[in-house]
Ligand binder design. Structure first.
Ligand code: MG
Ligand code: MG
Length: 285
């Protein structure tokens, strides 16, 4: 069953979403060559708890598996659900960080892919395309549209760019649970699927691979990797479908304040400002 949120609930979800954005910015402050993902995780957990919230992923159970950390940290060919560890990050690593919190009984969930040191041009292109596909998906998440419009926006863009769109993991509704109906796939036909109505709150989260779309789950029961060992990127926003215009509840603004603007972002702003969409602001890779 899909639960459509009241204005009051959306207010609470906005607060949870904002805290996730600030937590990811706290992570951004610490991302550098030599840092371990366990160190990032400890910083994130302390920040969440200092803000009177709880980590949403820590203790999350699927069958017999219990997720042990505040962050999912997925490096290079890890797609999502990577478990933080003591391996120092290396120059050129692609680091996807996914964070969930629960604040006053309402959930926030967002993800961002960071560059550790300097990325290869290929990995930067993968991040740009994944980020762009999220923007395109957010643009079609509106009243009267259908869930298939979202998947189609991600799939059509990323496949045209030559990337693999992960099928086995999808976005989701969110509210008083971390994962609610409906599922929000990153592939599909425009005009298909459930109609989006006022008060629907969903997480849109393209998981895009440099190579094959196929993924495998590791023996830890969590870590999802690209089956061909090629890199993967992941960004996630929470979007509230509202009369009078949808609202992106999460924000990367705090992260961008920490990271500053990537050199190519200016050119991207110029080219996208000619189109009908909002320009991509400060997407640092
Ligand atoms: Mg997430
Ligand atoms: Mg999610």
């Amino acid at each position: 069953m899909v639960h459509h949120k009241s204005a009051h609930e959306i207010e609470g979800l906005r607060a949870a979403a904002d805290l996730v954005g600030r937590t990811l910015a706290e992570v951004a402050r610490h991302v550098e060559v030599g840092v371990t993902t366990n160190e990032l995780d400890r910083a994130a957990e302390a920040f969440v708890r200092a803000n009177n919230a709880e980590p949403a992923f820590k203790g999350y159970r699927v069958g017999r598996n219990i997720f042990p950390a505040t962050l999912c940290t997925s490096v290079n060919d890890q797609v999502v659900h990577g478990i933080p560890d003591d391996r120092p990050l290396e120059d050129g690593d692609l680091l996807s960080v996914d964070c969930g919190v629960v604040l006053n009984g309402l959930y926030g969930d967002s993800a961002y892919t960071f560059a550790v040191g300097t990325l290869s041009e290929d990995n930067a292109a993968l991040c740009r395309a994944t980020f762009e596909s999220l923007q395109r998906a957010v643009d079609v998440a509106r009243i009267g549209g259908r869930i298939g419009d979202i998947g189609n926006a991600v799939q059509s863009y990323c496949e045209a760019e030559g990337f693999g769109v992960v099928r086995d993991l999808v976005g989701h509704g969110i509210g008083r649970s971390l994962h609610e109906e409906p599922s929000v796939p990153n592939f599909g036909r425009a005009g298909s699927g459930r109609k989006m109505k006022d008060g629907l709150v969903i997480c849109i989260e393209p998981m895009i691979n440099a190579g094959t779309e196929r993924v495998v789950t590791g023996s830890d029961g969590w870590t999802v990797r690209a089956a061909d060992g090629m890199p993967s990127a992941h960004y996630e926003h929470m979007v509230a479908i509202r009369k009078g215009g949808s609202e992106v509840l999460t924000t990367f603004k705090y992260i961008e304040d920490v990271l500053g603007q990537a050199p190519y972002a200016e050119a991207e702003l110029e080219s996208s400002s000619t189109g009908p969409r909002e320009p991509i602001a400060n997407h640092p890779v």
